[in-house]
Design a protein around this ligand. Sequence first.
Ligand SMILES: [Ca+2]
Length: 195
Amino acid sequence: MRVYDEPQRLVEVARRAHANMRLPDRGPWLPWDLGKPQEQWTTTRIKRQQTAGLAALAKKYGGVLLDDTQAETTGSWSHSTHSKPFVGDGYLTDGNSEKGAKSVCFRPKLPKAGAYEVRLAYTPLNNRAANTPVTIRTLRGERTVRVNQQARPEFDGLFHSLGRFELDAGDATAIVISNAGADGFVIVDALLIVP
Ligand SMILES: [Ca+2]
């Protein structure tokens, strides 16, 4: 594709169309992406930010922090860095497709059984699902809560509290974010368990 050789006007039109479509996440690299800040391009810099970000967040909240890279995924999820802020080096998106076929499972290792607050990190946007189902599965049963991912998470714009739950010790607790019945893009950035 000769995108770099196209007249400036065509690039302008394409840029406007790109913006109007409110594309949720990055598609193929296009010439107008070249104007973006360099940190979006530099893998090493992102890696450095990731390390600092995760360590600082874990310390700040004093809980168990799991990034999306530490979760088990089912179905086809895409990695994205399009919307900020996020935890670590990006987040997962279901691409708003194949509803019911995709899920992300976190298995936090907890020192003891007891009541914990569960917080989900996602990047809000108006094309997100307003009813993302999150299931907290323990040895005693399971509960599903719905998350409006269009709303800004209340903790630092990163984490949204799902409530307090009785969780199991060890890795017996599973927290599963699904895209079943979701009415928009489902986003999974990180999970935080706070005593
Ligand atoms: Ca993340």
